[in-house]
Write a protein that binds this ligand. Structure first.
Ligand code: ATP
Length: 457
């Protein structure tokens, strides 16, 4: 797996124009420069009051020249500023605040420790195929969320996708950033057309007409193509030639460009890159499903065969009744925060008399419930186990009243009071509702069994 020493990257970035580093921007103490775009500089800064690090994107003076006037820079700033506090998704860079400072307006964003996916577009630094597909799935889900909020990004490109790196320089996650070109379908003001980066732009966006979510689907397809092949789908010496290719030429098949690329992976990317929007995926969910199936059906080489990918976990949760009321954002929280365990047949999940300190939701497999040696119930996929002891108000009631044994290889999602308390209030609320439904169902079953004793097992 490709990795980069994070410290050396940070050192490289720090060397760039350290001399013109501002001391403070607004109330934030500037620590170092993170990067720069066409219209702005981005700094790592400290919110001294909260003690947290943030990224600050400050517009350059020339980009906004006519003080609040109708320059491109001001429009880009306004597009992003209008989204402050609105987009909250684990795979979208959060815009925390927008400060319309007269000299240099700036945005305050969540800081992402990492680098952009542009780094991994070079043929000598390509990521493994299964990781590219996994990143693609996360971006598809994130952009689907963004679209449901009435926003089309319009500039999905490797430089706008931030790879989160761990201490060893391994890519662990991805976040969509830079909403300066976004089309906000809920905003009244007229929006800039013909924005974006040509190499990743679909034909309809070049024409400058109205675009829908299919434009972003195309661009993500183009990004995946670049990450897989080490070159974008179209490459030409000048803009006219590039536009001609985008309109009229089919991209070269990925199968011959990189070993390990199956016809199925090639087909998924090519469908996203179809010339006409109606020939692409109908929506983000279909694109996400096509990507995740490449993993579950093993249609791409898997670096670690038995590793359960986040995309698989996410899809598994989505299929379980217990999580039916959870939104995408809460589901990702469960993917990341829950303890995912696999148990072999005959494993004793709980023993009678044991103090209950956790609950499990069965994601796959089956367990049996025994009371005094007699089987009283079989619990399968989507049911919860141990929640009674977990929810009980006092230690005496918190003891398990039955033995629970695994009868079919089982994957469970478990939480303790501590791990559950780390979830957002919305997510905890969803769990509470899930439990109420479970308890009501069990109460009803108990009443039924008392009223009609012959009907029970
Ligand atoms: N939240 C963040 N955390 C860490 N680094 C960031 C963050 N946002 C941006 N950067 C860095 O700053 C660079 C420039 O940011 P960004 O692309 O948003 O600026 P821009 O002026 O809108 O660029 P352009 O208009 O050229 O697309 C990024 O490529 C990235 O390296």
């Amino acid at each position: 797996m490709s990795s980069i020493p994070f410290d050396s990257l940070v050192a490289d970035q720090a060397l760039i124009s350290e001399h013109d580093l501002p001391g403070h921007i607004g109330k934030y103490r500037v620590l170092r420069r993170l990067g720069e775009g066409a219209t702005s500089d981005v700094f790592l800064a400290l919110d001294e009051f909260k003690g947290s690090e943030v990224a600050i994107k400050r517009m350059r003076a020339w980009a906004q020249n006519s003080r609040g006037g109708d320059t491109m820079g001001n429009r880009f700033f306004a597009a992003e500023a209008s989204l402050a506090g609105r987009l909250q998704h684990p795979n979208v860079v959060q815009i925390l605040d927008a400060v319309p400072d007269e000299d240099a307006p700036f945005l305050v964003m969540e800081y992402v420790p990492g680098i952009t996916l542009k780094h991994f577009c070079r043929s000598d630094r390509l990521l493994p195929l299964d990781q590219i597909v996994e990143l693609g799935f996360k971006c598809a889900m994130a952009l689907g969320y963004v679209f449901r909020q009435g926003v089309i990004h319009r500039d999905v490109k490797p430089a706008n996708l931030l790879a989160v790196l761990d201490g060893q320089g391994q890519v662990t996650d991805v976040k969509v950033s830079d909403f300066g070109s976004a089309l906000n379908l809920n905003a009244d003001q007229t929006q800039v057309h013909r924005v974006g980066s040509l190499a990743y732009m679909p034909p309809e966006q070049i024409e400058g007409g109205d675009v829908g979510c299919h434009a972003d689907i195309y661009s993500l397809g183009a990004v995946l193509y670049h990450l897989i092949a080490g070159r974008p789908p179209f490459d030409a010496p000048n803009q006219m030639a590039l536009m001609h290719q985008i309109y009229h030429q089919a991209p070269q098949s990925l199968v011959g460009l990189r070993s390990g690329v199956s016809a199925e992976l090639d087909a998924v990317v090519m469908k996203a890159l179809a010339k006409h929007p109606s020939e692409r995926y109908a929506d983000w969910d279909s694109f996400g499903r096509a990507l995740s199936e490449l993993v579950t059906k093993q249609l791409i080489p898997l670096a670690r065969l038995y590793e359960v990918k986040d995309s698989e976990r996410f899809n598994l949760l989505r299929s379980l009744e217990f999580f039916a009321g959870f939104g995408d954002v809460e589901l990702w929280e469960v993917v990341h925060r829950a303890r995912w365990r696999r148990y072999p047949v005959d494993h004793a999940l709980y023993k009678r008399g044991q103090e209950g300190n956790s609950f499990h939701i069965i994601a796959q497999g089956e367990v049996e419930v025994f009371r005094d040696g007699n089987k009283v119930a079989t619990l399968g996929t989507g049911t919860s186990v141990g929640e009674m002891a977990y929810l009980a108000p006092n230690p005496q009631l918190r003891k398990h009243s039955a033995d629970i044994r695994v009868t079919q290889l089982c994957t469970t999602i478990s939480f303790t009071p501590e791990s559950l308390s780390l979830l957002s209030p919305e997510c905890q609320h969803r769990f509470d509702r899930g439990f109420i439904q479970v308890l009501v169902r069990r109460l009803h079953a108990a009443h039924e069994s008392l009223a009609h004793p012959r009907r029970i097992l």
